[in-house]
Write a protein that binds this ligand. Sequence first.
Ligand SMILES: NC(=O)c1ccc[n+]([C@@H]2O[C@H](COP(=O)([O-])OP(=O)(O)OC[C@H]3O[C@@H](n4cnc5c(N)ncnc54)[C@H](O)[C@@H]3O)[C@@H](O)[C@H]2O)c1
Ligand SMILES: [Zn+2]
Ligand SMILES: [Zn+2]
Length: 387
Amino acid sequence: MLATNFRGPRRVRVDQKPEPEIKHPQDAIVRVVRACICGSDLHLYNGSVPDTRIGTTFGHETVGYVEEVGSEVKKIKVGDKVLVPFNIACGKCVFCKQQLFGNCHESNPQATAVGGIFGYSHTAGGYDGGQAEYVRVPYADVGPMVVPDWMDDDTAVMLTDVTPTGYQAAEMGGIQKGDTVVVFGAGPVGIMAARCAWLFGAGRVIVIDHIDYRLDFAKKWCPAEVYNYEELPDVVQFMKETTDWIGADVAIDAVGAEATGRIGQTLLGKKMHLLGGAATALQWAINSVRKGGVISVVGVYGPVGALVPIGNIVNKGLTLRANQASVKRLLPRLVEHVENGILTPKDLITHHIPLEEAGDGYKMFSLKLDNMIKPVLMPPKANKTVH
Ligand SMILES: NC(=O)c1ccc[n+]([C@@H]2O[C@H](COP(=O)([O-])OP(=O)(O)OC[C@H]3O[C@@H](n4cnc5c(N)ncnc54)[C@H](O)[C@@H]3O)[C@@H](O)[C@H]2O)c1
Ligand SMILES: [Zn+2]
Ligand SMILES: [Zn+2]
């Protein structure tokens, strides 16, 4: 089958690989019809995630048809179309029982932080991902959800990660009615977080990035006040000024390790890999909220330390919440929001790219070329109809 093949930093190729097989009675094999590239994949692509092995198949946002199931799989059957959450979760461990499906203790057994994630290095369990023609899905009765008849493939794939992550970013902010929420990052995740902030009662939503086409999209779609940080003398100063010198109530970091904007962070965190990424957006978030405010972090950082102003967290009495999104926990509510027209996540998809051209897709997404917001890879046998 065709599959992405990581060859080292900034080199993703598509090659022929053996088709996956059932390895455990709870596995399913899924024939992929949609597989997104995510901002999280850029951490792998840039070589920032430890133990990302040559030969890995990336991809954790997948929709496809069930081709084969193991003997213990009961809830999905051959022929079903399923959307597969990015987290791999056993459904039974102490963390899954608390609905912390992003922190499963069984799917990544040597780890004490993240659970298993498709196509996300051996740090996240060493599973091959869905940017391929077929993918093996472990614990197939737990994560995958049968796609309802009325839902198109593009919408379904946006429910595997971006929509739940943006929603959880807003949820973790503990937004109160009328709150001012500032979102750092106008990528798919930040745009969705800004949109969802309104659902929780925000009174003012501000989005900050430095890429104008993304800010323009956020301005109309979220909708939000948008600012290009390169045009502001000082982002934190501006955030204070625009909130009567109080600060925002809630700040969301939807950027993570690849942040730009501060040379020291970039050098130590991105170029030299001495830190778990450039924590520029997180630093701005911490310094932009009011005393007693909340920081919600969905941007992904590496496992080693990063440069964050911990003193300001303490002295301002901030609450910091963070996690990988718990996709399975949020799906029922989000499917309802999509059905009712409250969320229209496929609007964020700007590019459908043949799987064979995934290498170019990575390059374009990484460099933010051609006004790209969210790219979806299409295997050769996928239904090419774009709704
Ligand atoms: N926690 C989760 O479950 C989860 C799930 C999906 C993605 N993520 C993470 O969310 C982050 C965003 O993902 P995405 O797909 O939207 O990525 P993306 O690369 O498309 O978007 C990131 C955006 O941040 C902007 N940016 C860079 N530095 C900035 C700064 N200092 N201030 C403000 N904006 C800045 C970039 O210009 C870009 O538009 C990534 O770190 C990704 O790993 C987390
Ligand atoms: Zn993702
Ligand atoms: Zn578990």
